[in-house]
Design a protein around this ligand. Structure first.
Ligand code: KG4
Ligand code: ZN
Length: 316
């Protein structure tokens, strides 16, 4: 990404999804080994840009330490060999900035973050002041799609597979209970996932119609739960922002996009979505945060950069 213009000069994503699909989820050891193969492949393609780099932005939290380390080690090698600083980027702040790629950032902002590891309502007042308003008590939204898809052998990631199967299905056939009814603004997906498992195990052999109906009924309640809590948040929130951003890998779900847009209209909020290609984890969103921190001079030396499986930036 170009300092000054914010233009994305090069972007490439090599997905590991097909390699992890046969295990029904991300296998850390495999992810780490594949990073060691794919990261140099991408580096090879960026050779012409390397002499012009002013800094290298890398995500070092939160996430799987083994894979964060692969990226951080490459950033350290670039930093030392090119004599440029490192910019440490929080993965979740990266997701927020996925809506600002090649755009000005605007704050304050309410955010719904739905990914494989997180389900959160956030209030962002600046790049350095992001507060967690609500989060999940157990599984995350995306994770529940992954686990339910695994039960049906639909592969990984489960989100797109369930969304696809749900298109043909009847969403009223299975009545899964809406979790955490009441005023609490928090999320819980383990109950829906367990109820789903019970339905799957009831039947000796599921027909394609059963699979579609299960997916449609699951997706309906999973999204209803999000909408229910976002609505409670809208009712209680005092934030002075006309915008509501929906980010993270699961924000690619078209049904979710439609339903959130309707809810935003009801509360006079403008929904902000990232382009579909920037919803799931990607380097452009990390570079976008890097650009913002570059302008603030927030640099780190290679020897001081470590990784953390936990978030150290968002405030609870
Ligand atoms: O942000 P992301 O790429 O990685 C994490 O930071 O976790 O999100 C990946 C998650 C996976 O759980 C995946 O199943 C989910 O996002 N996802 C979806 C959809 N596309 C991806 N969930 C529901 N519907 C989708 N269309
Ligand atoms: Zn992510």
């Amino acid at each position: 990404m170009e300092v000054g213009s914010g233009k994305l000069l090069f972007h490439k994503k090599i997905s590991q999804e097909s390699e992890h699909a046969k295990y029904g989820g991300v296998v850390p050891e495999l992810a780490s080994r594949l990073h060691a193969v794919y990261l140099p492949m991408i580096l090879e393609q960026t050779k012409e840009y390397l002499p012009h780099l002013k800094a290298v932005a890398v995500t070092n939290e939160p996430g799987l330490s083994v894979t964060l380390n692969e990226g951080v080690m490459m950033a350290k090698a670039l930093s030392i060999s090119l004599n440029i600083p490192i910019i440490e980027v929080n993965h979740l702040v990266g997701h927020i900035y996925s809506i600002f790629i090649e755009k000005e950032a605007t704050f304050p902002l309410s955010v719904l973050l739905v990914s494989g590891g997180h389900t959160m309502i956030l209030e962002a007042f600046s790049i350095d002041d992001v507060r967690v308003i609500a989060s999940t008590m157990d599984d995350s939204f995306g994770e529940s799609f992954d686990k339910c898809a695994k039960l049906l052998n639909l592969g990984y990631p489960g989100g797109p597979a369930i969304e696809r199967a749900a298109r043909e299905g009847s969403e009223d056939r299975f009545a899964f209970t809406l979790p955490l009814r009441g005023k609490t603004v928090a999320f819980s997906y383990s109950g829906i996932k367990n109820a789903f498992r019970v339905e799957v195990e009831k039947s000796e052999e599921l027909t394609p119609v059963d699979v579609s109906d299960l997916c449609a009924s699951f997706q309906k309640v999973a999204i209803e739960h999000l909408l229910d809590k976002v609505e409670r948040y809208f009712e209680a929130s005092r934030i002075e922002s006309d915008y509501f951003a929906i980010v993270g890998g699961a924000s690619a779900n078209l049904r979710l996009r439609e339903n959130i847009t309707e809810l935003c209209e009801k509360y006079g909020k403008k929904p902000l979505f990232a382009k579909l290609e920037y919803c799931s984890d990607n380097a452009a969103m990390i570079a976008r945060v890097g650009l913002e921190l570059y302008e603030k001079g927030r640099f780190s030396e290679a020897k001081n950069v470590d990784v953390s499986p936990k978030n150290r930036v968002l405030k609870f």
